[in-house]
Write a protein that binds this ligand. Structure first.
Ligand SMILES: Cc1cc2nc3c(=O)[nH]c(=O)nc-3n(C[C@H](O)[C@H](O)[C@H](O)COP(=O)(O)OP(=O)(O)OC[C@H]3O[C@@H](n4cnc5c(N)ncnc54)[C@H](O)[C@@H]3O)c2cc1C
Length: 394
C-alpha cells in the first residue's frame, strides 16, 4: 500500500495512555516535538475504568507541569487506608506516619486532563489507528500505521518511545532483553456499582473467603474488587452472587456496613508481575506498562508509568538539546530502581492479603501474624505508608 503522508518529528510515541501523553506533555514543555499514535479511540480510553489512586508525587507532577488542577479540586485526598482482617478495620494513618497522602482520582480523569492539555498546546495526537509498525530502531526509527479510512502513514523520528501498554509490540524489538515474570493463582473480580460510599478511604480486606477491596469513585458510584479464580466468567455472576461474596468478606464485629446497589459493570482482571530489562535498545525506549506490570494491590501501575516518563523526558532533553550522548544510557537503571521497589511492594501487599488455595493452617496463622505485626509496629506501618504514598521522584 502506498504511503499517504510522511511526517518528521523528534520523538514518535507509540501509545497515548498516561505514559505516552505525559511524556509528550513534558517534552513539549522542554521545547521538543513529538507525535503520539494510539490504536484505541479517545472515547474508548475515556470510558475504560482502571487505576484510581495517585501517589503524592504523581499529583505534584500533574499540577506543577500544568496538566491538571482538577486533581486538587475534583480528586479526594486520602490520608490513610484501612486494613481489615478478623472482621475488624485498622486504619494506617499515612499523614501521621509520613506526612503524605494519596489522591483518589480515576485514571480516566488523568487521561482527560492530559489529552486536554496536549490538545490545548497543539499536540499531534493520532487516535483510532491500526497496524502500527516500528522499524529502524537502531539508527533511523520510523513508525508506520493505517488510519481509520485505510490510508497508510509514516512518521520518521530521532527517537521512538514504546508506551504501548502491557501488550506492547515495541518491547519485542529490544534484542537480548531479559524478562522477569511472576504469575499468581488468582485474579480480581472488579465491579462498578451504583451505591453511596461505604467508607471515606479504601478498605483492604483479608477474609477467610479471600481478599476484597472497597474503593470509591463518586457519591453514587463505587469501585470494588474481590479475589477470584483467573478463569472466572463474569457473565455467570448475578448481582446477588457478587454481593454475597462482598458482604461475607467484609462481615465483622465492628459495625461496618457495606452499602450495596445495582452492579453496572463486571470484569475479571488478571494478576501478573513482569519486568523487561533493558528499557532501551538503540533509539527505542520503553515506558510504563510496556516495560513492567505489577499486580494492582499496591496501586502502583499508573504511578510507575508517570515516574518513568518524568525520568525519560529529562534524559531525552539532555540527549537531544544538550547533545549528552550518555543520557539515554542512564534511563534503564534510574527507572528500574523504582520499578523493583514497587514490584516488591505490590508483591508484598498481594501475598499478605490474598488466600492461596492449598494454604495450610500454619500459612493462615502466619499471615494473620504478619498483619498483626504491621498494625502494631510503627516501623511496619510506616513502611506501608511510605510505599503506598510513593517514594519521592528524583
Ligand atoms: C483494573 C485495574 C486497576 C488498576 N488500578 C491501579 C491503581 O489503583 N493505581 C495504579 O497506579 N495503577 C493501577 N492500574 C494500572 C494502570 O492502569 C496501568 O499501569 C497504566 O494504565 C499504565 O499506563 P501506560 O500509559 O503505561 O499504559 P496504558 O494505559 O495501557 O496505555 C497504553 C496505550 O497504548 C495503546 N497501544 C497498545 N498497543 C498499541 C499499538 N500497537 N499501537 C498503538 N497504540 C497502542 C493502547 O491503546 C493504550 O491506550 C490498574 C490497572 C487495572 C487494569
Amino acid at each position: 500500500m502506498s504511503v499517504h503522508s510522511s511526517t518528521r518529528t523528534q520523538v514518535a510515541i507509540v501509545g497515548g495512555g498516561p505514559a505516552g501523553l505525559m511524556l509528550s506533555h513534558l517534552l513539549h514543555i522542554a521545547g521538543i516535538e513529538s507525535v503520539v499514535v494510539d490504536n484505541r479511540t479517545v472515547e474508548q480510553i475515556e470510558t475504560t475504568h482502571r487505576a484510581g489512586i495517585l501517589e503524592r508525587d504523581s499529583v505534584r507532577l500533574l499540577v506543577d507541569s500544568g496538566a491538571s488542577d482538577r486533581v486538587l479540586t475534583d480528586g479526594h485526598e486520602h490520608g490513610g487506608i484501612s486494613l481489615r482482617f478478623g472482621g475488624v478495620s485498622h486504619r494506617i494513618d499515612f499523614q501521621k506516619l509520613t506526612g503524605a497522602s494519596v489522591w483518589l482520582y480515576p485514571q480516566t480523569e488523568v487521561f482527560v486532563d492530559l489529552h486536554r492539555a496536549r490538545t490545548r498546546d497543539g499536540g499531534d495526537l493520532r487516535y483510532g489507528i491500526l497496524d502500527t509498525e516500528v522499524t529502524g530502531v537502531l539508527d533511523s526509527p520510523v513508525v508506520t500505521y493505517t488510519d481509520a479510512a485505510g490510508a497508510r502513514h509514516e512518521i520518521a523520528a530521532d527517537l521512538v518511545v514504546g508506551a504501548d501498554g502491557s501488550r506492547s509490540v515495541c518491547r519485542d524489538l529490544v534484542e537480548n532483553a531479559r524478562q522477569y515474570y511472576r504469575e499468581y493463582p488468582f485474579a480480581w473480580f472488579g465491579v462498578m456499582v451504583q451505591a453511596p460510599p461505604s467508607a471515606p478511604e479504601l478498605i483492604y480486606t483479608r477474609a477467610a473467603q479471600g481478599f476484597a477491596l472497597i474503593s470509591q469513585r463518586t457519591d453514587t458510584l463505587q469501585r470494588m474488587y474481590f479475589q477470584c479464580d483467573p478463569n472466572e466468567d463474569p457473565a455467570q455472576w448475578s448481582d446477588d452472587r457478587i454481593w454475597d461474596q462482598l458482604h461475607s468478606r467484609l462481615a465483622g464485629s465492628d459495625g461496618f456496613r457495606l452499602q450495596d446497589g445495582p452492579v453496572l459493570e463486571r470484569t475479571v482482571l488478571p494478576f501478573r508481575s513482569f519486568v523487561q530489562s533493558p528499557m532501551r535498545h538503540g533509539r527505542l525506549l520503553l515506558a510504563g506498562d510496556a516495560a513492567h506490570t505489577v499486580p494492582p494491590t499496591g496501586a502502583k501501575g499508573l504511578n510507575l508509568a508517570l515516574a518513568d516518563v518524568r525520568v525519560l523526558a529529562e534524559v531525552i532533553e539532555r540527549a537531544i538539546d544538550k547533545g549528552d550522548g550518555d543520557a539515554l544510557d542512564s534511563y534503564t537503571e534510574r527507572a528500574l530502581s523504582r520499578v523493583w521497589k514497587a514490584q516488591h511492594f505490590s508483591y508484598w501487599m498481594t501475598t499478605m492479603l490474598h488466600r492461596v488455595s492449598g494454604a495450610t493452617d500454619f500459612d493462615e496463622q502466619r499471615q494473620l501474624g504478619e498483619l498483626q505485626t504491621l498494625i502494631s509496629s510503627n516501623a511496619g506501618s510506616t513502611y506501608l505508608a511510605e510505599g503506598y504514598t510513593g517514594w519521592p521522584h528524583h
